[in-house]
Ligand binder design. Structure first.
Ligand SMILES: Cc1cc2nc3c(=O)[nH]c(=O)nc-3n(C[C@H](O)[C@H](O)[C@H](O)COP(=O)(O)OP(=O)(O)OC[C@H]3O[C@@H](n4cnc5c(N)ncnc54)[C@H](O)[C@@H]3O)c2cc1C
Length: 206
């Protein structure tokens, strides 16, 4: 397999199951292959397949302001080339190639003009928001955060335990509304316009 020498090489250090079919991959980076990134960005991984080079992007779930290894969260897609290979076969010690980090879903460079941020996420869409949340809570204490997070059930909610811990750790700064589509109370079953309006109103009221 011949790979472009400009790619960086990451070694998988740990794999953790977050929810059915969803795993977090932590990476070891040596100085030469260090990835510099902003919260909310993604890395693009590259793999040679029989049909040529395949590239897929995965949001970074670690926070650049914490002393934690680079991590991504991957959801297994049925018949997917890349996600199935990672979820079904990748092991600690395996190496992956990346073009590095990119993406514009990041915090404003200066946050002092802002007081409250409202995030809406569903399913694996939580991955970049998890990094942004941790970054805000640890590095921007003047910002309050509300997260509306929609999933099928608590068991299938990615990072549920860690998010609950963040609420305990930052009770004044963070509020999370979990929405489960198996909820008998339909007004709290899915993300919908009226609910988003309600929370937007609450956020702008302080
Ligand atoms: C900015 C960005 C960030 C992302 N972040 C994340 C993340 O944090 N976590 C995450 O899990 N994913 C993320 N993704 C999605 C990820 O990049 C991949 O798209 C995803 O993992 C699926 O890739 P795959 O190779 O497994 O599936 P693919 O092989 O690309 O297949 C995807 C689907 O298309 C179908 N398909 C493929 N070829 C055909 C065809 N010819 N005809 C009909 N159907 C076909 C497959 O059956 C499958 O259901 C992100 C994407 C972007 C752009």
């Amino acid at each position: 397999m011949v790979m472009d020498s400009s790619y960086k090489i990451l070694t998988i250090s740990e794999i953790r199951e977050e929810a059915p079919g969803v795993k977090t991959y932590s990476f070891d980076e040596d100085a030469e292959n260090k990835i510099s990134y902003l919260a909310g960005q993604y890395v693009t991984l590259v793999r040679q397949t029989a049909a040529g080079e395949a590239r897929r992007s995965y949001s970074i779930t670690s926070s650049p302001v914490l002393q934690e290894p680079l991590t991504i969260g991957v959801k297994r897609i049925q018949n997917g080339i890349f996600s199935r290979q990672l979820i079904d076969y990748a092991q600690p010690g395996d190496q992956v190639y990346t073009t590095g980090a990119a993406g514009l879903f990041t915090l404003p460079l200066v946050t002092t003009a802002y007081q409250h941020i409202l995030f809406c996420a569903a399913g694996s869409g939580i991955t970049p928001i998890y990094s942004l949340l941790k970054t805000i809570l640890h590095a921007h204490p003047h910002l309050s955060v509300t997260l509306l997070y929609s999933n099928h059930s608590p068991e299938e909610t990615i990072f549920k335990k860690n998010l609950d811990l963040l609420v305990q750790q930052f009770p004044e700064q963070l509020r999370i509304e979990f929405l489960f589509s198996n909820n008998a109370n339909l007004s709290r079953a899915r993300l919908h316009k009226a609910l988003v309006h309600t929370y937007l109103h609450q956020c702008s009221a302080g």
